[in-house]
Design a protein around this ligand. Sequence first.
Ligand code: NCD
Length: 327
Amino acid sequence: MAAPSGKIPRHDPPRRFPHRHLLAISDLSRSDIEFLLDRAEAFTPLAEQRVKKLDALKGRTLINLFFEPSTRTQSSFELAGKRLGADVVNMSASSSSVTKGETLIDTAATLNAMSPDLLVVRHGSSGAAELLARKVSCSVINAGDGQHEHPTQALLDALTIRREIGRIEGVRIAICGDVMHSRVARSNALLLTMLGAEVRLVGPPTLLPASSARWGASVHHDMKEGLAGADVVMMLRLQRERMQGGFIPSAREFFWFYGLDEEKLRHAKPGAFVMHPGPMNRGVEIDSAIADDARISLIERQVKMGVALRMAVLVALAEHGANESGE
Ligand code: NCD
């Protein structure tokens, strides 16, 4: 469905997103997730249009507050906000008063005083987004909090899978590598199992958290076994910035056992797709020949879906706020 310029694409019958914030997949129901995916689907044609701007968030203010480095997530939220007509302010920790010792709560109070409508936050501590949500009066979106969750990444991954395979129910997905430090893995495992996918977590015992048994997924230490018959292989970055001590002997050895190359991918279903949230460490968790093969790699499509999905989230939360204030 093409979005006529200036109008929000609507789905019939109009449903409502019942949450004020988007902090974690674990807060959502299956119908909340489907609502956001359907909404995002309607925004996807916009990227193909010459004029990509709507006015759904005209006059609204979105603040992007990033305490950790980010390329795709931050620019994706920025573009999503701008395509919806919002005023977007980007703040990163290195250019903010955080480097001068200001705490998260002080920063939140300062930003709150400027009356934003939407606050997107990425922070190195698990629970930071939730803490912020309790201190500000606008909607908060978690763009990654420590090792906890990264809900919009899981939603955009689900949108990508649904578009490429046509469904999520019954799809077999292997999430491989540094599961332990990955908020992407946690959010994806929760979302995909809720939507009926079969999720497998694959990695060395040192990089699989004990809690993963509660994520509704099976656990495998061998790529051959974990990838057997998989429809989708999702690779994760080795998050060395979250590792203290030796979780792996060396990057070379890690690639030998767990790096995705053509030989290991042969164990997945013929025609299986490969995903990666980025940034990639080529030659560590994924071979370039796989990452750059447009027939199997969905990596660029994930980025593309990210903007549509974030537009859907921003509109859903802004509508929720408008309903609450009686607009
Ligand atoms: C991920 C993140 O920040 O959690 N990246 C992203 O948002 N695309 C994964 C990672 O950093 O490895």
